[in-house]
Design a protein around this ligand. Sequence first.
Ligand SMILES: [Zn+2]
Ligand SMILES: [Zn+2]
Length: 329
Amino acid sequence: MPTLPVPDLIEFKFQFIRDGKAVGWKKRGLLDESRLVLDKQEIPLTGVTRVIRVRRRLLIQYVEPDSDGQPTSWSVAVGVYGRWFAMVKRKLDLSIATRLLEEARDQCRDRGQPNEFRSQACPHCGCGIDLTGLPRTTYIYCPFCETVFNDSGICTCGDDYGVCGTCGLFGRIVDFTEWYFFFLLVFWYFQTREHRLCTSCRSSLRWGMFWASLGGLVSIFPYLFTRLLTARPPSRVQRALRRGGRLARKGKPDAAGNAYGPAYDRWPDHPGLLFNEITACFKVGDQRGTEDRSERLFRACSSYYPAEELLRRNSAPAALAAAAQADAV
Ligand SMILES: [Zn+2]
Ligand SMILES: [Zn+2]
């Protein structure tokens, strides 16, 4: 069952985002069963194709006719405030998922193979995932909320784990506020920036904040105070993820694989961890390692879309072929 209730009608406040910055006053938005209204702009839900979360903002991609009546892809970025953020994302995802499943079902029926249609509801967000044509594997990946689950339930929930937008590696994802405060008797300066990133990237940012805080007379004290308040001892699996992530970033796939040991004990052949090892293989041009790990990954989770995208982006036809072979088994 989805963990977040989604009402039929959502009224929310938002700001348009341009060039990464919120512009203008807060405006009113509305989302119901058939349309998304952003101030004066109305987008039919049948045209919305994808919703990408970037930190606390949403990039909404949709198709609408242009001035010549030709279907054209557009996108709009918005910052949605408060608890409505997750609900708007979830409701748009549910609408897209329902439409994609209907299309897949129709295609199977048109081909005269209605029994080929296969889908599974994500236990976290409730979106239906189209698995038509994919072999049954231990894990299923939800492309809407990034949750990885198996027959026993959720393994890594997309609210806490996913591919980091900063370093491009799978890991534990957290919301983090980067802030700088300087006080130099006659001059003071305060700045904040919101991030959603993995814990390794957060550590790098924290070091930057620490060194910067030494530049002010009293800046180090608020820094140390907030660090003490937010410090939590990491679990064995969290430590393994951090260590493995560091090694993957340095291009050491075998060492990363060893470091991930405790995480693999908990989630054998987890696609996110293999994804990191493949990323490390690309860094050092290890083609054999890429192929072996891709095969393992798609044997474990045939629907892990981030790995497919990674292999395509790095033009790895052999690895994709190996993955396809694994799929065919
Ligand atoms: Zn999901
Ligand atoms: Zn990161």
